[in-house]
Design a binder for this molecule. Structure first.
Ligand code: GLU
Length: 280
């Protein structure tokens, strides 16, 4: 009898808390804690992608993914100071979710059938396209120009996978662990081009230290539907995040985040995607 009362009481606390992580039995799902007096949520982002996910020298974070994640976290019941940002590089994302290192990932994370075998996605919340970044005076203008050329991309990304499959079968692909390393390789002439999403490339091209040095080829080499990754099977969280994303689009916050983060790089983004609709 006594035990029952305790169970009922804690169930009420869980309902009031309005979050998954604040309730018992969820500890191995990672990404959050309610111990030590304050709950928190761990969210995976990129740390080196200006305009999307960037850790600034003062230790603060900025970018469209950061703003989307912050909005979603708020809808889940977490204030900005309750968010713990975790770097999730392209090749680490599925593992980070499977291990429960983070509750969700907003890191230029394209929804693909292969990834959906391992993780679930909410969204999409942005449609980007694979493109090329080259030096200003480069004569590379199309995908097949890359055959025989040195090209950089990142391990575990759709960008790297597409190179030999659909873009340039004979390109010499150098795979590094982050796009910022690829930008350095492009600047120093080690590679002739860098390929990934136009959203990411525009952010680098607009950086003060690279201004006037690079150009985007302006090719839409693929459709990249950015989703928010969660642990496989957590359909409740997917539904909660989808509701938050719908609200973000309908109340104008999505558009505001686009202007704030893509405006400085002059990135012409696609209109807000319909939640649940993937552009093939
Ligand atoms: N959006 C693509 C992907 O998920 C490329 C960008 C990235 O590596 O994060 O693989």
């Amino acid at each position: 009898m006594k035990l029952r009362k305790v169970t009922a009481a804690s169930a009420t606390v869980c309902v009031l808390a309005l979050t998954a992580t604040a309730c018992g039995g969820d500890n191995n799902n990672g990404g959050g804690s309610s111990s030590g007096g304050g709950k928190s949520i761990k969210i995976g982002i990129k740390y080196d992608q200006p305009g999307l996910g960037l850790k600034k020298p003062d230790g603060s974070f900025s970018g469209f993914d950061v703003d989307v994640a912050t909005y979603v976290a708020k809808q889940l019941g977490y204030k900005p100071n309750q968010i713990e940002w975790v770097e999730t590089k392209s090749a680490d994302r599925e593992n980070a979710l499977q291990r429960g290192d983070v509750k969700f990932i907003a890191a230029t994370y394209s929804i693909t059938p292969e990834r959906q075998q391992k993780v679930d996605f909410a969204g999409p919340y942005l449609l980007a396209h694979q493109d090329l970044l080259v030096k200003k005076d480069s004569d590379i203008t199309k995908g097949t120009d890359l055959n025989g050329k040195n090209l950089c991309s990142v391990t575990g990304s759709t960008s790297a996978q597409n190179v030999h499959k659909t873009i340039a079968p004979k390109a010499n692909l150098k795979e590094l662990s982050s796009y910022s390393e690829c930008v350095s390789a492009l600047q120093s002439g080690q590679v002739d081009a860098l390929t990934t999403d136009d959203s990411i490339l525009a952010g680098y091209a607009a950086q003060d230290q690279y201004k006037g040095q690079f150009k985007l080829a302006g090719l839409k080499l693929s459709n990249e539907n950015y989703g928010i990754g969660v642990k496989k099977g957590d359909t409740k969280l997917v539904d909660q995040i989808n509701k938050a994303l719908e609200k973000m689009e309908s109340d104008g916050s999505w558009e505001a985040a686009v202007k704030k983060n893509f405006g400085p790089a002059d990135y012409k983004n696609e209109p807000a995607p319909k939640i649940g609709q993937i552009v093939k």
